[in-house]
Write a protein that binds this ligand. Sequence first.
Ligand code: SF4
Length: 502
Amino acid sequence: MSTPTADARLLFAGRPIREVVDELTQEIRELYTADEVPWVVGYSGGKDSTAVLQLVWTALRELPAEQRTKPVYVISTDTLVENPVVALWVTRSLESMRAAAAEQGLPIEPHRLTPELKDTFWVNLIGRGYPAPRPKFRWCTERMKIRPSNSFIRRVVRRHGEAILVLGIRKQESQARARAMARHEKRRVQERLSPNANLPNSLVYSPIEDWSNQEVWVFLEQVANAWGHSNTELKAMYMSASEDQECPLVVDNTTPSCGDSRFGCWTCTLVEKDKSMVAMVNNVEERKWMTPLMELRDKLDVTGEEEHKLRDFRRMNGSVQLFGERIIHGPYTQEARETWLRDLLEAQTWVRANGPEEVRDLELVTMEELHEIRRQWVFEKHEVEDSLPRIYRATTGEDFPGRPLDEHLTLGADEMDLLREACEGDDLLFSTARELLEVERKFRTMTRRSGLFEALERTVKNGFFENKEDAHAYALQKKKLRDQIADHLPLTDEEEDADAPA
Ligand code: SF4
């Protein structure tokens, strides 16, 4: 942890902090009053974005009221799986900001951004069955962080023609960040103002790009928080965790993986362990209630053969695909998805019952997400036994507040149990028969049934294997045949040229 105990002569190139801050706030005022382009400040609740917002706030406060006209939007993305302590901190900070801005007559508007329902962590993992994120399949950042902030900025650009994005990015964050910033520097329109490579008609302003960690902390310690949220508490939150990074507002892929950082999602499997959460739980007795969350994260982090057992041997579209001679596994099986849901709701129920007052209503998964997961299971995956309400009741002790789906379904839960029994433990046969019935139901009410036979054929093709081994053998056989055919095909002109002696 970098603390502000370092020799002050080594900080800010030996200049007094007051002078550095005055110079920067003057620069901010000049930039703000230079045109009508609205500003969007990225705020994650961490130290860098707090420092930047504090500088902007101070600069604006010192302007005459008639010059504080253009809007400054403060955006904060909440993935809905943020570390709950940090999420609570950010929510309260945004509330203080809204009140303080109104009181001080500043055109600062905080916005909490969340992913679209189809893009949330649980809808994808439990609903669709996407495996927990990995470096080679990092499906989360784009959906949960980049899209919400970029679509907000795009809306501002559409309305006002342009936007300036104010970020707490610093060259010292990582080598990748320093390289990206150096690249953009070449195309700068003025100092610390670069074109945004990802969004047209927007510029990025980075007032603290040259600051070190220690300089940020010294600033936060010496200059009181402008909207009345405590910087001392912010520091305490950092100190209760263990390392130096924060999860920044992610607007592009050069932003360091929040998976490496201290305040990322509590579900993140891109890190070996969520060190920040482990440290928070170990260091602060009152945070022991987060233990079930850590345990669930660790369960999600299973790899190798153990993980393969949780995943279908077919891809999302039902096909069997190989990488070399090995099967490429698909989404989580129905059983695995149901287990994740059970574990998640149990953790939520436990935290609500045993956690402190402030987390008595904690939503690890929202009701909207649960409705969408149910819809995915029943209508996209044809799991018409509709098990979500049953799981919800068993884990929370309450009835699921949704209408029965029976009127839309071919058969009810009892009939599904009978079908399962008739299939004598053959899960593949059961899921294929269930899907065939559902395909037939879907087409029943249509006046023109075009596409019915193709849909039935697809279902039969995806389910005609005896088991995974049979599917694997079939895929290998198919590959062999394809290779043999390719070997006997006449060479193309290009291949003949390539084979010819030089
Ligand atoms: S913290 Fe981890 S899970 Fe969350 S968006 Fe970043 S990489 Fe994905």
